[in-house]
Design a protein around this ligand. Structure first.
Ligand SMILES: Cc1ncc(COP(=O)(O)O)c(C=O)c1O
Length: 390
């Protein structure tokens, strides 16, 4: 018996004792090739020396003081995030859901500033924005929402990439709409990329009506897709951007970034957090960004992603069970012709770590430090696992 809540009753039968780069090691010191990176978190791989050094150095100096005082470490991190993203202002959160929650609050403030009392935010079916009541309500998954009703009101979900649905909602509800929120590539929704014309239409309508375009880059952001932010592939600049995951390489930190009309909405007393933007979190995140930048890991992720996709196409493209190969950079989805929830467990036998989203899509999110020598290993181990699937 244990007091541990069984929130994850179906964990894989393994635990890890240490990591090194793209490798994780179990109690017996068996090495597993990690093609999941803690679900897009450890972009620099495990136990990255620069991150470890900053963690130790900063922990020796100061962990936390609270936002009652100036926290100098918040400034260079904000400036770096703003420079890389094209946004103006930055503040912090402790997770992806919290960063999105802040974005939702910003949208509400923006609405009220414009005299809209019951605002609507357009979000996408199959989207995933988090597990807080606000972000769960914004998400497009009835399965995750079930049991938590009444959900927060103020969201209209439309099918992802459905321009006619977007136009229909706008035609009927434009006086209450305040913004549109999307993941440029849906992660949990099955690695589904936004169509350029859909994204462009969203930007157009947001400009036309002065609405907020909110990009959830929590999974796609900070190099994962081969650009600092996935929206940069499309030449589109959102009004609010949220990040987390890769930002701390395992240290929990998120951020929300604003520009133009979304700046300055959080006036005194409107938002806050005990932990967000701690000296430790900010020092680690700055090291993560500096390392990504110094080592040109975003371009590297683009190159490795292209090569990984090519190898997958060569080796698995004609496989009878593969329906589609999708993704950008090192965010890759392999859709099978059948549900494959048990595949990650089979993968363990081949010492490869990955997960499955949307029931039948294998999701690969390897560290951005991945090297050529790992590509064939990923594909051969994955093929062996797929071949064993019933
Ligand atoms: C696109 C997206 N948004 C939000 C979240 C929620 O982030 P967190 O689990 O850190 O709250 C996730 C997590 O998987 C995500 O992929």
């Amino acid at each position: 018996m244990t007091a541990l809540m069984p929130i994850y009753p179906n964990r894989l039968p393994i635990s890890f004792t240490r990591g090194d780069g793209v490798w994780l090691f179990d109690e017996k010191n068996t090495a597993y090739l990690d093609a999941l990176s803690g679900i897009a978190v450890c972009g620099l791989g495990h136990a990255h020396p620069a991150v470890t050094k900053t963690l130790c150095d900063q922990a020796e100096k100061l962990l936390h003081t609270s936002n009652t005082y100036h926290v100098p470490e918040q400034v260079p991190l904000a400036d770096t995030l703003a420079r890389l993203s094209g946004m103006d202002e930055v503040f912090y959160a402790n997770s992806g859901a919290e960063a999105n929650e802040a974005a939702l609050k910003l949208a509400r403030l923006y609405a009220h500033q414009r005299g809209i009392d019951r605002p609507l935010l357009i979000t996408m079916e199959k989207s995933f924005h988090g597990r807080t009541m606000g972000t769960l309500s914004a998400s497009g998954s009835a399965r995750l929402q079930q049991g938590f009703e009444p959900l927060l009101e103020g969201f209209v979900h439309i099918p992802f990439n459905d321009l006619s649905a977007l136009k229909r909602v706008i035609a009927t509800q434009s006086d209450r709409i305040i913004g549109i929120m999307l993941e440029p590539i849906q992660g949990d929704g099955g690695i589904r990329e936004v169509n350029a014309d859909f994204f462009e239409a969203i930007r157009y309508y947001c400009d036309e009506h002065d609405w907020l375009l909110i990009a959830d880059e929590i999974q796609t952001g900070l190099g994962r897709t081969g650009a600092w932010f996935a929206y940069q592939h499309y030449g589109i600049l959102p009004d609010i951007v949220t990040v987390a995951k890769t930002l701390g390489n395992g240290f929990p930190i998120g951020a929300y970034l604003t520009r133009g009309k979304a700046n300055g909405l959080f006036t005194v007393g409107k938002h806050g957090s005990t932990f967000a933007g701690s000296p430790l979190g900010c020092a680690v995140a700055l090291t993560v960004l500096e390392t990504l930048e110094k080592q040109s890991l975003v371009a590297h992720a683009q190159q490795m992603g292209t090569q990984l996709m090519q190898t997958l196409q060569e080796k698995l493209g004609q496989h009878p069970r593969i329906v589609a190969l999708r993704g950008k950079g090192l965010m890759i989805g392999i859709e099978l012709d059948r549900p494959c929830r048990e595949l990650p467990k089979i993968g363990l036998q081949h010492r490869l770590l990955f997960n499955v989203v949307s029931d039948r899509t294998i999701r690969l999110l390897p560290a951005l430090i991945l090297q050529e020598e790992h590509l064939d290993l990923i594909v051969s181990r994955l093929t062996a696992a797929i071949n064993e699937l019933e």
